[in-house]
Design a protein around this ligand. Structure first.
Ligand code: ATP
Length: 288
């Protein structure tokens, strides 16, 4: 095989809680992670020139070792003791710096894709260990199905897929640094914590309303305060009929959950005309 194509799905957090800041500076989290049908497409090729050669449809992305694809490819070549030249073409659709793990999912797809292209035969367990060296969300993006995520994000418990529904995902014209949000979060003074255990139970019981009524993200205390437009998008989604709406990850992307595709499409028209968002997607949950 000389070439392989792979989809890298973005994620949302149905629930995101931060339990405490650890002495080493990392935050201990408790999150419900869900892949969605907004994805990047990566094409991996073996090339004769040694090195890792990345090209992308988005000018703003780094193409050198600062790209998480480069880190993942480098780690894989090192692990396999291979000097094979690799080119990766990235078609980026997932909003950047948006709280949808766009970089992490590209890194995960690179580990999975190169393991096949280079016939590495590395086990999923070892790929998960390699993934966490790149970023805390990378193991989840290797798992690619609904999961409870604990520790710094690397302790994963697979859950059943939630009931089918439709999503509207909108990103305002701002970029948010994950580092800024965590640095400004005061985990020990948080007054409200989402009921993650209750949400897990609702997922197991296939109770969509039980899931949506427990949606919560403690990082909103930092990001929504700084960028009120996030709160405005949530309001607009609720007004347009969402069962609930929430910021994903460290933001600024907001997702709304709708009982049907028709409702999500109607809301899409309203929100597209509101001027609040720059990127807008109709999507659904993905479980591989
Ligand atoms: P998370 O949800 O994990 O916090 P995010 O959606 O907030 O991630 P990303 O889109 O992953 O953020 O990108 C954050 C930064 O990482 C970008 O500003 C970009 O320069 C850098 N980056 C490196 N590699 C990639 C990649 N393959 N795709 C997107 N961004 C990348």
């Amino acid at each position: 095989m000389e070439e392989l194509k792979k989809k890298a799905y973005g994620k949302i957090n149905l629930g995101l809680d931060v339990l405490r800041k650890r002495p080493d500076g990392y935050h201990e989290v408790k999150m419900i992670m869900q892949m969605v049908s907004v994805y990047d497409e990566l094409t991996f090729r073996k090339v004769s020139e040694p090195g890792i050669w990345i090209s992308s449809n988005k000018e703003e992305l780094p193409l050198d070792e600062n790209n998480l694809i480069y880190k993942a490819a480098g780690l894989m070549l090192e692990r396999l003791g291979s000097s094979q030249g690799i080119s990766v073409t990235l078609e980026k659709n997932i909003p950047i710096a948006a709280g949808m793990a766009g970089g992490s999912t590209d890194a995960a797809a690179t580990l999975l894709g190169l393991n096949r292209l280079l016939e590495g035969n590395i086990s999923i367990e070892e790929l998960l260990d390699m993934g966490v060296k790149i970023g805390a969300d990378v193991p989840y993006c290797i798992l690619q199905r609904t999961a409870l995520s604990e520790g710094i994000g690397e302790v994963l418990t697979p859950l059943p897929a939630p009931p089918a529904c439709s999503l509207l995902i909108g990103k305002p014209d701002i970029n948010v640094s994950t580092k800024y949000v965590y640095e400004n979060l005061h985990a020990d003074t948080l007054k409200q914590h989402p009921d993650i255990d209750g949400m897990r139970k609702a997922i197991e019981e296939q109770d969509l309303k039980g899931i949506t009524c427990r949606m919560g993200n403690v990082l909103e205390t930092v990001t929504v305060q700084k960028y009120p437009v996030i709160g405005e998008i949530k309001e607009a989604m609720l007004k347009a009929g969402a069962l609930n709406a929430l910021m994903s990850g460290s933001g600024p992307t907001v997702f709304g959950i709708f009982a049907s595709k028709e409702q999500a499409e109607r809301a899409e028209k309203e929100i597209a005309g509101s001027g609040l968002v720059k990127e807008l997607f109709i999507a659904e949950f993905v479980n591989l």
